[in-house]
Design a protein around this ligand. Structure first.
Ligand SMILES: Cc1cc2nc3c(=O)[nH]c(=O)nc-3n(C[C@H](O)[C@H](O)[C@H](O)COP(=O)(O)OP(=O)(O)OC[C@H]3O[C@@H](n4cnc5c(N)ncnc54)[C@H](O)[C@@H]3O)c2cc1C
Length: 609
């Protein structure tokens, strides 16, 4: 039997990491891989495991201490280990962000000039350690008897329900609508993207007329278009019902409100029943914000009404120049309406960097009847021949007549509609519920996720939070630790961004540099008959790491994920520039932007910095 010091393993880029839990004490017997302490980096929590079986003799550290690679954690009387010092191997730790790979031959770049025959440029073989599943540890205890109730079946709620069921919890999902899927599937992301696809087909067909292909004026059968959109929704919502059944998630249809901190009352028509819970996740989402003082007239629509494609609209006023308003403006423009957008602030998509919005604004200013910035709707008079709109503000135009008005001025959280105070859950004056990084509200066994906990109100944020809440409820050590939540406007052109905006970087006084690649030099973009795009990456000048990125152009929403991953993984400009991107693709513009920052770009001539 030997005494060994267990040391902090290689933590990759992380130093001076906080110990959030010490899991053992002197006298404890441990087996190989038993967790000894838990560390928390800004990216993840990770356990340092025992590397040999034995008995703990002395623990050198305590909760709150900060440690780095090589520091001793504890002394272990090992059963049968020869060495006097054991460093826990990174490969034994569940440590998603610090994986090591070993190369078994030099990379292509290290081949010397003595080679006298052509080198076949095969991808360099990379031998990785045996794949280590990145699975979460098993729940601390069997969850079979503990009842988790989830209020609301949007992306936050159904993701939480399915993850919790997969972790062995007994799950009930309460939803007031007949279909699962929430705003996103039924009246948000999915129907809007189906209609935006239709808009894209129309516009792409029209744009080829000047290049020799003419299709004629499209004949739009609204009923069939609506039916197709509804079928897309139906396939997804039925899919969710099946997934719930497969996981044995109990679904209750009805409107839920808290009775106390362990009970919800669910009302469906005249029927009422109480549903008890050990833990609860509030995922009740949000609804369209209303403009006060508007008349009750069906020609004044919110986004859900607009997605129903009422009769042919000749003149549409979109109130609000944010993402939802601009996406729907794009649909109605393609379907033949003369569109006006009015926005209270001086810019479209406030908060997004101007260089990204500019190409969109330029295009829609040409296509739409009017873009009015710095003005607001003051009054709408319903007349038999239309809606007469009066404007106010510094750039207010004269009153105008429109067939329809779409109000897209933001979304209001549903926090005030669920009687949360009966459970002691704090709701702020706007209806938001505050949560910590584990998605817990001020009442520890009640969690909240999605739109109801705050901006950005996006489906992928809601589902990520739902997953975190479910895992914490199941006893796992998890927290919301994503560095970036990408945003996308699926307009034409699309606008997407992730990480720091330039506005933020300036505000925070960060020393950053830009790598920009204009798509006018992208072969793929020109071949798609478009040239207004732009890929722009922000790099920290001291480390050359990506800190933010923005793309405007066709499929920007698909492209931004590479840059979100780059930020999550701490990539620098060379990592991106030296990754071979297929040609000709729009994704190449990401590598070109990185090369532009590094000064190695060959696809454009950039004067030396
Ligand atoms: C037109 C439009 C387009 C959008 N496009 C995108 C996009 O492209 N990408 C994107 O990321 N996001 C988009 N969004 C936003 C996205 O839809 C939301 O961020 C997302 O749906 C939020 O998910 P959630 O789970 O928090 O809530 P929700 O989806 O709002 O779901 C909440 C659910 O709770 C139910 N509920 C509420 N109260 C109760 C109660 N008392 N009892 C029972 N059930 C209740 C509701 O019926 C609803 O089903 C769009 C939104 C709109 C309106």
């Amino acid at each position: 039997m030997r005494r060994i010091d267990v040391l902090v393993p290689d933590l990759g880029d992380f130093k001076d990491v906080a110990i959030v839990e010490v899991l053992v004490k002197a006298g404890d017997r441990v087996a190989v891989n038993d967790a000894l302490i838990t560390l928390e980096t800004e990216k993840a929590t990770l356990d340092v495991p025992a590397t040999a079986p034995g008995v703990i003799e002395q623990v050198y550290v305590k909760k709150g201490d900060r440690v780095s690679k090589g520091m001793p954690i504890l002394k272990l009387r090992a059963d049968d280990v020869e060495a006097t010092t054991v460093v826990a191997s990174t490969q034994e730790i569940e440590q998603p962000y610090v994986e090591t790979v070993t190369l078994d031959e030099p990379t292509v770049t290290s081949v010397t000039a003595t080679i006298d025959k052509p080198v076949e440029r095969k991808p360099t073989p990379v031998v990785a350690p045996p794949p280590k599943p990145r699975s979460m540890p098993a729940p601390a205890q069997s969850m079979g008897g503990r009842r988790l109730v989830i209020l609301g079946a949007g992306p936050g709620g159904y993701t939480a329900a399915f993850r919790a069921a997969d972790l062995g919890m007994q799950v009930t999902l309460i939803e007031r609508e007949m279909a699962l899927g929430g705003v996103c599937l039924n009246v948000g992301c999915i129907p809007s993207k189906a209609l935006l696809h239709a808009a894209r087909v129309i516009e792409e067909a029209q744009s080829m007329a000047e290049h020799g292909i003419t299709f004629g004026t499209p004949r739009i059968d609204r009923e069939r278009l609506r039916a197709w959109k509804d079928r897309v929704i139906g396939r997804l919502t039925h899919g969710l019902t099946t997934l719930a059944k497969q996981r044995k998630v109990e679904v209750i249809t009805g409107s839920g409100r808290f009775v106390d901190a362990s009970k919800l009352e669910v009302t469906s028509g005249k029927q009422r029943r109480n549903v008890e819970f050990d833990q609860c996740i509030i995922a009740a989402g949000s609804e369209s914000a209303k403009l006060p003082g508007l008349p009750d007239d069906e020609r004044i629509m919110d986004s859900a009404d607009a997605l129903e494609l009422p009769e042919k609209v000749k003149r549409l006023l979109v109130v609000g120049g944010g993402i939802i308003g601009l996406e729907l403006a794009c649909v109605y423009d393609a379907l033949g309406a003369r569109v006006t957008v009015v926005e209270l602030t001086d810019e479209l998509m406030p908060g997004c960097d101007r260089d990204l919005v500019r190409p969109l604004e330029k295009r829609i200013r040409k296509r739409y009847e009017q873009i009015i910035l710095g003005a607001r709707v003051e009054k709408i008079e319903p007349l038999s021949n239309g809606l007469r709109v009066n404007f106010g503000g510094k750039n207010a135009p004269e009153p105008h007549l429109y067939d329809r008005v779409l109000v897209a001025v933001g979304r209001t959280p549903n926090g005030n509609l669920i009687n949360a105070e009966a459970a002691g859950v704090a709701v702020d004056e706007r209806g938001f519920i505050r949560v910590d990084r584990q998605q817990r509200t001020n009442v520890a066994h009640i969690f909240a996720v999605g739109d109801i906990v705050g901006a950005p109100m996006l489906a992928h944020k809601a589902s990520h939070e739902g997953r975190v809440a479910a895992e914490v409820a199941a006893g796992l050590k998890r927290s919301f630790d994503a560095r970036v939540i990408p945003s996308v406007a699926y307009t034409d052109p699309e606008v997407a961004w992730a990480g720091l905006t330039e506005i933020d970087a300036k505000k925070q006084g960060i020393d950053y540099g830009r790598g920009v690649f204009p798509w006018v030099a992208s072969g793929r973009s020109l071949a798609l008959n478009r040239d207004e795009g732009l890929t722009r990456i922000l790099f920290d000048n001291s480390t050359h790491r990506v800190i933010g990125a923005g793309i405007v152009g066709t499929n920007a929403g698909e492209l931004i994920s590479e840059l979100a991953l780059a930020i999550e993984m701490g990539c620098d400009a060379a990592d991106i520039g030296l990754t071979i991107h297929p040609h000709p693709t729009l994704s190449e513009t990401i590598a070109f932007a990185a090369e532009a920052f590094e000064g190695t770009l060959t696809d454009l001539y950039l004067p030396k910095r």
